[in-house]
Ligand binder design. Sequence first.
Ligand code: SF4
Length: 342
Amino acid sequence: MAAGLPATERFRAYGPRHLDDIAARFGVPDQIRETVRRLSLVLPFRVNEYVLTHLVDWDRVPDDPLFQLTFPQHGMLDAADEEQLGKLSEDPGDRLLLRDLVRDIRARLNPHPSGQQQYNVPHHEGTALPGLQHKYHETVLYFPGQGQTCHAYCTYCFRWAQFVGDADLRFAAPDPTGLLAYLAAHPEVSDVLITGGDPMVMSTERLRRHVEPLLGIESVATVRIGTKSVAYWPQRFTTDQDADDVLRLFEQVVAAGKQLAVMAHFSHPRELETAPARHALQRIRATGAVVYCQAPLIAHVNDDPATWSTLWRTELAAGAVPYYLFVERDTGPHEYFKVPLA
Ligand code: SF4
């Protein structure tokens, strides 16, 4: 039971209001803490106990790749914006100006790259389905409303707009009704990618409500789950209260004759090197699911050949398949193209 686990094995998320505690606990210099505080006014910031104690190497901060991956960094915003954020946030009288500045900076950060909101949202019987994206012929992306957060946030995330509390920017479906109607009208769709955020933040019972209805649809051959939980919270598959239940759900998908593809997101080899992550992968694979791996090329995190070589070897050794590498385009912030690996 989760209540009997040591503190490091229970899920606990930390955000901007915990920054001072994190800095004091791990000896983060004041200047770095202040940078993170300013940037997290604009960009979502979230870590958890596992990321802090198993992944970040605090002796190497700020250069540590896992610190770079999860703590917003100097240089991610214009210097003038960063300075202005500092000024306005120090004066409680400037709250409205601060709010407007944050909104303005976010609008310039390309909240919906590649025209996602404009071109990819499908319609059914004349109604837009805002919790879906249909970009590739055979694949529909499905964003269940309760899965639109993550166990920690990546600093480069192109889905950052899902996490800033602006309903106009967010993709989210309250339930699978729209998805099911769309699939019935589009038998050419063979793959459903349940994505977010991270669908694995949902309890198994919640996840089941989104997955089970797909099992009776003949035209759906593959259920994909996009997740970074093995990297950021592998306990989801090992010691969480409903960890066994989620594995039984995975087995149910496979028994229904569907391919279950766990699209795992690993950005750096260290994420796969911990005992909990290895154990999680073992348990997931034992259900009959196939684990495919994907990640973007990220400055200061994995932008050297040796890191990729180690990452792919570590993935293969764990029985997972390196699948996609994402590379940022020069057409705007958070615009990526995919390089298939398998
Ligand atoms: S886990 Fe995925 S969706 Fe969540 S912050 Fe990282 S890149 Fe974004």
